[in-house]
Design a protein around this ligand. Structure first.
Ligand SMILES: Nc1ncnc2c1ncn2[C@@H]1O[C@H](COP(=O)(O)OP(=O)(O)OP(=O)(O)O)[C@@H](O)[C@H]1O
Length: 275
């Protein structure tokens, strides 16, 4: 018997129903309806200004929509303590605004208090120190545990920020253009780390925003493409990340290919230069 066929569907991690977002008289998002289930690994794609960060802001309980309903981990935004909800969500922001020379281990510990610096009058317990060490090992950085943040490379920082997010045992992990500024080797190491989560944390739901299809982890299962504040396509990654959908969203001919699990995009030329 196929047990997958009879298994009850998992409750949604994100539910956006007819969501709209309006600022200064302008519709930034409209008619956004999207459901994300536990263990799915989504890519959020679209051209500059499409509204990706705004949607990620709802998923991260940083803001709530002007119209419609947004539920995150079962809580309706606007009717929940957003700050408390944020503790259940890991957020990897490559522009982590840290000024002081904490060690990598200390930066990971700040994931427990959801602060940038070590929280005042806070002493991590033995279990919390061990959890930080486990998360650092999980992302392959045990040898850099005591390195000062200022001496940690961009690539290592990206992986350390995943460890910082994981130490709080989130159900949802948001990755906001996480490979920005990484060289090609560091990018691959970062993507390997993300792919490894699919094995080590299969129930963890991830949403990754990127402009570049080459930066999609192999383990991506679903994608949503947005343009001009609306959804162009959403669903299984192989149905959505196609030449047709991407060309439509970016309003430009873009040939999409998938080879050995990874995606590539080749943009056509307008022809003006050749004329
Ligand atoms: N609070 C706000 N007030 C006014 N306009 C806003 C606000 N937030 C976003 N916008 C506008 O809404 C549009 C969508 O912004 P958003 O940052 O979500 O797009 P994005 O897809 O993440 O873009 P990018 O790829 O350039 O980061 C942009 O035109 C932006 O200028």
């Amino acid at each position: 018997m196929n047990t997958a066929a009879v298994r009850a569907p998992s409750p949604p991690v994100i539910e956006l129903i007819d969501v709209g977002f309006r600022r200064n008289g302008a519709d930034i998002l409209r008619d956004i309806t999207l459901t994300v289930h536990a263990g799915e690994r989504w890519a959020l794609l679209g051209p500059n200004g499409a509204g990706k960060s705004t949607i990620l802001g709802f998923c991260g309980a940083l803001s709530h929509p002007s119209t419609g309903t947004a539920r995150v981990l079962g809580h309706t935004l606007g009717r929940v303590d957003m700050q408390a909800l944020r503790h259940e969500i890991g957020h990897v922001n490559p522009r982590h605004p840290l000024d002081s020379p904490l060690t990598l281990h200390e930066v990971v510990l700040t994931g427990i208090t959801a602060t940038i610096e070590i929280a005042l009058r806070w002493e991590p317990s033995g279990a919390e120190i061990a959890a930080a060490d486990a998360a650092i090992t999980q992302v392959g950085l045990a040898h850099r545990r005591n390195a000062r943040w200022t001496t940690v490379s961009q690539g290592e920082r990206g992986r350390a920020l995943i460890a910082r997010a994981l130490v709080a045992e989130p159900q949802l992990l948001l990755l906001d253009e996480p490979t920005t500024g990484l060289d090609v080797a560091a990018r691959e190491q970062f993507l390997e780390t993300v792919d490894a989560l699919a094995e080590s944390a299969p129930e963890l739901t991830t949403i990754l925003v990127t402009h570049h299809l080459e930066e999609l982890p192999e383990s991506t299962t679903h994608a949503v493409v947005i343009a001009h504040g609306g959804i162009v396509a959403a669903g299984s990654v192989d149905d959505v990340v196609t030449t047709e959908v991407i060309s439509h969203a970016f309003e430009h001919p873009i040939r999409v290919a998938r080879e050995a699990g990874r995606w590539s995009a080749r943009a056509g030329r307008s022809g003006a230069a050749a004329a």
